[in-house]
Design a protein around this ligand. Structure first.
Ligand code: NAD
Length: 271
């Protein structure tokens, strides 16, 4: 049986290491026959070991479904333009784009939202929300009709989640970007969605205080457990593929049902 992504090609951003949600989705896409180009954070000029590039290259390790690797810092327009150029020269047209990027300065994440610094707020918004617009605009001419753009969001953009702070404000903006993009790119039959994952053990997750959230979700979610990387891969692949044709502007909660709870419920304690 042909894979879900047979004959499809696209761009994957946000793979930092094998725990990254982007990697879970990329693996699934490639296993289903998709061909991917990858971006990574540029290495510092004095980093002779090129750690970011090296980590990604090692993960891909000669996989023929991984076509290219290119640095991209989304705060730099020239990087985004270079990624679009490379994608065009390697693929011509593309069928999917995964945006899996977020950042807030740790000192702003740790402090109260009310005390967020002006510069910290601007940087967090630029990297975590504006970059979806900038990247979508840059690759727009390359998108086949029926192409799918997917970003990663979190419930802390819909409701106040203690400790998520300025990142919650960024996710609210990101969720809104998804809806406006869905409308505007919908004119060319392009879909734009967000996957709202429950807490997961990743570098970014740890920065946002994931440990307490993992316990809370396990106790309170209807399924009394947390989501797995494999499930992130499956839901991400679903939204990037034709299996979700007809779905756009949507925020799909992959959280074992946590978001439907209006009271603590069973509060199962496993430890
Ligand atoms: P991760 O740390 O593996 O991925 C975050 C990625 O953002 C990294 O690859 C990093 O290099 C990239 N990034 C940061 N600043 C950048 C910049 N200036 N330019 C380009 N790339 C930049 O962690 P993750 O948990 O896989 O995060 C991916 C997405 O999933 C994020 O949007 C995050 O908010 C979201 N998310 C995470 C969780 C969780 O609990 N881990 C839950 C819901 C949503």
């Amino acid at each position: 049986m042909a894979g879900l992504f047979e004959g499809k090609q696209g761009l994957i951003t946000g793979v930092f290491n094998k725990q990254s949600i982007a990697w879970a989705i990329a693996e699934r896409v490639m296993n289903e026959g998709g061909v991917c180009g990858f971006t990574h954070m540029p290495d510092k000029p004095d980093d002779t070991r090129k750690k970011n590039e090296g980590r990604l290259t090692k993960l891909i390790d000669g996989n023929p479904s991984a076509k290219f690797v290119i640095p991209m810092d989304v705060t730099k327009d020239e990087h985004i333009a270079a990624v679009a150029e490379k994608t065009k020269s390697e693929f011509g047209k593309i069928d999917f784009v995964l945006h899996s990027i977020a950042f807030a300065p740790p000192e702003d994440l740790r402090g109260e939202t009310v005390a967020t610094s002006r510069d910290g707020f601007k940087l967090a918004m630029e990297i975590s929300a504006y970059s979806l617009l900038a990247l979508s605009n840059a690759v727009r001419p390359l998108l086949n009709p029926d192409a799918s753009i997917l970003t990663l969001t979190y419930y802390g953009g819909e409701k106040m989640v203690q400790g998520y702070n300025v990142m919650g404000v960024c996710k609210a903006a990101l969720d809104s970007c998804v809806k406006y993009l869905a409308y505007e790119l919908g004119a060319d039959s392009i879909r734009v969605n967000a996957l709202s994952a429950g807490p997961m053990q990743t570098i970014s997750g740890r920065g946002a205080g994931v440990d307490d959230m993992l316990k809370l979700y396990e106790g309170m979610a209807p399924l009394n457990r947390n989501v797995t990387h494999e499930e992130a891969g499956k839901s991400g692949a679903f939204l990037l593929s034709d299996m979700s044709s007809g779905v756009t502007g949507e925020i799909l909660h992959l959280d074992c049902g946590y978001n439907v709870m209006g009271s603590p419920g069973r509060m199962v304690e496993k430890h």
